[in-house]
Ligand binder design. Structure first.
Ligand code: NOJ
Length: 524
């Protein structure tokens, strides 16, 4: 028995994660915003899709300055989404279907409406003063240092009441918590316990590499490569405001806590170069997160040579105990089909679901939702309003799920909080379920294939020599070797292959000796 357990693959290695952006998944109460009851009504869709785990973006009480990433109570449910009783019901329904549910833990900052911050800002000698990061003004009365908020502008806001600045890596409505304070640390560990005790299967941890800052708050060095078309954040290198050694120790403590509950998963949101990224796995004796999110498919240009290098470098950077993972989209990134077009988005789906490592899918990508132009009056994302000239608004990736061709695409009884994808009348779940050539059916087939052939999920990977424009690799386990050939161009390519084609991203017969334009193939 024990031997079996030791050799069993944990669910999060072989499994596939699906991100739900709750405001835009399914509305059940007619306010134009998604909610937990609506999500529960759509669980069969996720079961049929063939994913294993859901990561739910924040559902906690929030003034929604950053649409939930500003938490006003870590141990409650935002009324527009439901309540704790509804949450428990949803969790039970998820588990009944053999799925897992991960929440979004936001440890770097709370809302400025959180009672902790209200107390902290109330007086310099309040017991919670030190739960946030307060500093005196510089000699000239300006901010304590040159740190820049990720949303633009100084990372410091002056608070008149007590004559100090407070730090915020994001909006001024999202004050940074002080993880050097033992009281805050204990309170946040209790938050994790609260949800683990309720039975959640893990957490995606928001901007984990931000949570501790250099103790003496030195200026960040200027970024010599910065150009005016980049965000203000990139003016400086975040050397002293992120990725501090003490943060790794905290991640390890979070892991110890998670592991004490059995097989629970921690996924850390971390943007760093490979060498520093890999450190977030920790060591076998003192592990940190199971999966530091890997965003390199989003960050790199879409060509075969680049991606082959990205895969090789990433694989080579992993510690022996580190399990890889890949992401193609999120509520923060442009839609994959908008970036590379629908034909290549099909190839991208095959790539994501045949690479070694845990894939995370983003809701709506399985329908191939492309570029959605949000009319100026309907934009909501603070990132857009803080730096309007840069076209970095994230609303385009947050539009509601189009479920069918009825009013408001079956998402809501009323006009939704963000407009639908313009082509929702034809690009929706019901229509794609009926069309064997649709993106949705391709995703279902890929997920089924991945389940059928463990080589595709937990097998080894070897990159294979290939003609220009083609990304090729093999996945192997004891049972078999599968070859994946992806044509990342819109022209036909001659490429030698033999074997039995298991799946093509196009729907016709695969042609031996070639790849059609935009074709991806899995061959046994
Ligand atoms: C990352 C989240 O994914 C993003 O949506 C949010 O704005 C920032 N962290 C701040 O919490």
């Amino acid at each position: 028995m024990i031997k079996d357990a030791e050799h069993r693959t944990p669910w999060w290695k072989a499994g596939v994660i699906y991100q739900i952006y709750p405001r835009s998944f399914q509305d059940s109460d007619g306010d134009g915003i998604g909610d937990l009851k609506g999500m529960e009504e759509r669980l069969d869709y996720l079961g049929a899709l063939g994913i294993d785990a859901i990561w739910l973006s924040p559902i906690f009480p929030s003034p929604m300055a950053d649409f939930g990433y500003d938490v006003a109570n870590y141990c409650g449910i935002e009324p527009m989404f439901g309540d704790l009783a509804r949450f428990d019901h949803v969790l039970a329904s998820v588990h009944e279907r053999g799925l897992k549910l991960m929440l979004d833990f936001v440890p770097n900052h709370s809302s400025d409406q959180h009672p902790w911050f209200q107390a902290s800002r109330s007086a310099r000698d309040d017991p919670k003063r030190d739960w946030y990061v307060w500093r005196d003004a510089a000699a000239d009365g300006g901010p304590p240092n040159n740190w820049i908020s990720d949303f633009g502008g100084s990372a410091w806001t002056w608070d008149d009441a007590n004559g100090q600045y407070y730090l915020h890596a994001f909006l001024k409505e999202q004050p940074d918590l002080n993880w050097r304070n033992p009281g805050l640390r204990a309170a946040m560990m209790d938050v994790l316990r609260f949800w683990l005790d309720r039975g959640v299967d893990g957490f995606r941890i928001d901007v984990l590499w931000h949570i501790v800052k250099a103790a003496d708050f030195p200026d960040n060095p200027p970024n010599p490569d910065w150009t005016a078309d980049q965000t203000e954040r990139d003016r400086v290198l975040q050397r002293h405001s992120t990725d501090q050694p003490e943060a790794h120790a905290i991640a390890a403590d979070m892991r110890t806590l998670a592991d004490s509950y059995g097989e629970r998963l921690l996924v850390g949101e971390i943007f760093l170069p490979n060498d520093r990224h890999a450190r977030w796995y920790g060591t076998p004796e003192r592990p940190q997160v199971h999966l530091p999110f890997n965003f390199q498919l989003i960050e790199n240009s879409w060509d075969a040579r680049t991606l082959a290098r990205v895969i090789a470098d990433y694989e080579a950077s992993l510690p022996a105990h580190g399990w890889p993972n890949w992401v193609l989209g999120s509520h923060d990134a442009p839609r994959i089909a908008a970036r590379i077009g629908e034909a290549q988005a099909r190839v991208a789906a095959m790539l994501l679901l045949t690479l070694r490592g845990t894939p995370t899918l983003y809701q709506g990508d399985e329908l191939g939702i492309g570029r959605v132009d949000i009319p100026p009056g309907q934009m909501r994302d603070p990132q857009h309003f803080r730096q309007p000239g840069l076209d970095i608004g994230r609303d385009r990736s947050r539009t509601p799920m189009p479920w069918n061709g009825s009013a408001h695409a079956g998402f809501s009884a009323v006009a939704p909080w963000l407009p639908l994808n313009t082509d929702w009348r034809t690009r929706n779940v019901a229509a794609q379920e009926k069309d064997p050539e649709s993106m949705l059916i391709l995703y279902r087939r890929l997920l089924a294939l991945r389940r059928e052939y463990p080589a595709l999920s937990i097998g080894r990977i070897t990159l294979v020599e290939s003609p220009d424009g083609v990304l090729a690799y093999e996945r192997h386990d004891e049972a078999r070797t599968l070859r994946i050939l992806l044509n990342l161009t819109a022209r036909a390519v001659t490429v030698r292959w033999q074997g039995t084609p298991l799946l093509s991203t196009l729907n016709g017969e695969a042609e031996p000796g070639m790849l059609y334009p935009d074709e991806g193939l899995v061959i046994a």
